[in-house]
Design a protein around this ligand. Structure first.
Ligand SMILES: Cc1cc2nc3c(=O)[nH]c(=O)nc-3n(C[C@H](O)[C@H](O)[C@H](O)COP(=O)(O)OP(=O)(O)OC[C@H]3O[C@@H](n4cnc5c(N)ncnc54)[C@H](O)[C@@H]3O)c2cc1C
Length: 400
């Protein structure tokens, strides 16, 4: 979610809207990133002035900042990130899939950007020597109900112009994934995998090479619009009216964009936005397949999603390091940026539980939610879903 604190000129704003596409076409690697290009702001008092400040060093913030600077190289720009490195949160904790755009509703911006983004992602990776694997994706139906849903997905994918999407037979499933069983499948050969954190670091490198600054350890705690300068009456006003305060630092800016991921609602509120909608954090848990069984999985294998639920279901995801992740399931996170059951923030949890939006969603999806939590506790229950596709995997082959 990108939030603009002070209205940008129409041109710049439309540029930022366009940049949202980067959320969907993520790309990949720069192994030895030059951290010396970054400054750590935890103890400094900065009084730098910037034309544009972007808050959030995840893939959306970094892609946005990079693209603005490429298009408007004369701008003085900075990215403020609260962690000690880029891509510490969602961007560094995901399945690493370069999606082809099969699922999204035809005609929506999401569908359009995902399809366009895939091509741009591969292009960027090729140009920057970022490793990726175009290992394809198989969505596998195991019964007639799922086959019908697969037909609908195929129609969607076709309408979205997903390249080379193919409906395949049980026999062809075996040719692509010899260990996988299913009655019919949807094959997307251009789906791939990449390390999105590496892509983000590469964006950071591009950005700093073009003169942008990245301030790490800079947690934004408030925005304040300063009074117009005396020249306001003459028409030019104060050039840097937004003061962006960190815990120990502050910078001034003409324009600020917030790309705060899990904190995007708080940043929106800080900058004068409404209290709703709020982020309700869900955590995706993955299981790791025994390295001795990794050869069983060639590419991404997904179940046919159940349209009643907002999740894709447990899938097999090959990683760039050769390991195979199975998941994610979806459980309520007890802390926004918490990645295990022991990560709890009582205030954040109470905020979530008392939020009407969450209560409505919980009521509607209570059976699904409870079953996901039970499955999180017992690997054997997840195994049942895994064995629908690959019988040879046992509980001993799975670890957390
Ligand atoms: C389980 C899971 C699996 C996924 N799998 C895929 C996938 O396979 N393929 C895919 O394309 N997408 C996937 N996604 C989605 C993808 O990860 C996100 O869409 C993307 O990473 C969002 O990036 P972001 O920059 O908006 O957020 P983030 O990466 O969370 O970045 C936000 C940044 O803002 C910073 N920030 C927040 N508040 C402040 C503050 N006050 N001051 C300074 N900095 C601040 C944070 O520290 C953080 O670095 C997945 C998501 C999840 C949860």
């Amino acid at each position: 979610m990108v939030h603009v604190v002070r209205s940008l000129s129409c041109r710049l704003q439309s540029c930022c809207d366009t940049l949202l596409k980067y959320n969907y076409y993520k790309k990949s690697t720069v192994s030895s990133y030059l951290y010396s290009n970054f400054s750590s702001s935890s103890t400094e008092i900065l009084s730098e002035k910037y034309d544009v400040v972007v808050v959030g060093g995840g893939i959306v913030g970094m892609a946005t900042a990079r693209e603005i600077l490429l298009r408007y190289p004369h701008l003085k720009m900075a990215v403020l990130e609260k962690e000690k490195e880029l891509a510490c949160h969602q961007t560094g904790h995901n399945s690493g899939v370069i999606h082809a755009g099969i699922y999204y509703k035809p005609g929506t911006l999401k569908a359009k950007l995902c399809v366009e983004g895939l091509n741009l992602a591969y292009k960027y990776c090729d140009e920057h020597n970022i490793p990726y694997k175009k290992c394809g994706k198989l969505i596998v139906a195991t019964n007639p109900v799922e086959e019908k849903r697969l037909d609908d997905l195929y129609e969607r994918g076709k309408k979205n112009n997903v390249k080379d999407l193919e409906m395949i037979s049980a026999k062809r499933i075996k040719e692509i994934e010899p260990m996988c069983q299913g009655t019919r499948g949807l094959w997307s050969p251009h789906t791939g995998i990449v390390d999105w954190a590496e892509v983000t670091r590469s964006y950071g490198k591009d950005f700093t090479e073009k003169g942008g600054r990245i301030h790490l350890n800079f947690r934004v705690i408030s925005f304040k619009e300063t009074a117009e300068s005396s020249s306001a009456s003459k028409g030019d006003g104060n050039k840097y009216p937004v003061s962006v305060r960190g815990e120990n630092s502050a910078v001034k800016a003409s324009y600020v964009l917030t790309c705060g991921g899990l904190q995007s609602d708080e940043l929106a509120q800080m900058s004068g936005g409404k209290i709703n909608p709020k982020i309700v954090p869900f955590r995706g848990e993955y299981l790791l397949l025994n390295p001795k069984k990794q050869h069983m999985i060639k590419g991404n294998i997904y179940p046919v999603p159940d349209p009643r639920f907002p999740f894709l279901g447990v899938h097999f995801t090959p990683r760039m390091d050769g390991s195979i992740w199975i998941g994610p399931n979806a459980v309520l996170a007890l802390k926004r940026e918490g990645y295990g059951w022991c990560d709890v923030d009582v205030k954040e949890l109470m905020d979530t539980l008392s939020y009407r939006g969450f209560q409505k969603m919980a009521l509607k999806n209570s059976v699904f939610g409870i079953s996901e939590m039970i499955k999180s506790a017992f690997i054997t229950l997840q195994l049942r879903e895994i064995n629908k596709f690959i019988k040879e995997i046992t509980a001993d082959d799975l670890s957390r």
